[in-house]
Design a binder for this molecule. Structure first.
Ligand SMILES: CC[C@H](C(=O)O)C(=O)SCCNC(=O)CCNC(=O)[C@H](O)C(C)(C)COP(=O)(O)OP(=O)(O)OC[C@H]1O[C@@H](n2cnc3c(N)ncnc32)[C@H](O)[C@@H]1OP(=O)(O)O
Ligand code: CO
Length: 134
């Protein structure tokens, strides 16, 4: 695993959250992107070497909606950049971590992603991200 690629933050209202984080980071989001397969609308901020990913649910029963219902808005996951996501997934599976998908799936911001179950990572939802090379 390499550096932190992004930190995911669950929000109820993306518009409001973008205003708050624009003040906090003194910069505007560089993109919004819907990931229908995850039931999320994302908004990305570049903050020096890392990114902040705001996540609003587009599905009332989706992962983010359920998370906010249960835990409220706030920190949701941390994503790490990997060079080869399949190799890293195999290594982590060997190490006893629970992968939440058998194969990498399409993520936002031109990535292939996979998540590890928080039950196996001391309560932190961890995401692996590999850049899709054009
Ligand atoms: C991919 C697009 C984008 C990107 O970066 O490219 C994204 O990041 S999309 C982000 C949204 N998608 C995901 O998070 C996918 C992976 N997550 C899941 O599959 C679920 O959220 C899962 C399995 C972690 C939880 O599933 P579910 O909500 O159905 O179950 P529970 O609510 O009962 O939770 C089980 C257990 O896990 C704890 N939990 C849930 N979410 C988190 C979290 N974000 N961080 C830490 N812990 C979490 C929850 O509290 C339950 O624990 P318990 O002790 O039983 O309360
Ligand atoms: Co993410």
């Amino acid at each position: 695993m390499k550096n932190v690629e992004h930190i995911g933050i669950a929000v109820k209202e993306l518009e409001e959250a973008e205003k708050l984080f624009s003040k906090l980071f003194n910069t505007n989001p560089y993109k919004r992107e819907t990931v229908a397969s995850e039931g999320v609308l994302t908004s990305f901020f570049q903050v020096n070497q890392t990114k902040i990913e705001l996540l609003q649910s587009t599905d009332p029963d989706g992962v983010i909606a359920r998370f906010i219902e249960k835990k409220g808005e706030g920190f949701h996951h941390v994503a790490f950049e990997v060079d080869d996501i399949v190799t890293e997934m195999n290594r982590l599976k060997e190490e006893g971590f629970t992968l939440l998908s058998e194969t990498p799936k399409p993520g936002a911001d031109n990535k292939l992603v996979c998540f590890l179950h928080p039950k196996t990572t001391n309560g932190m939802l961890i995401e692996l991200c590999q850049e899709i090379k054009s």
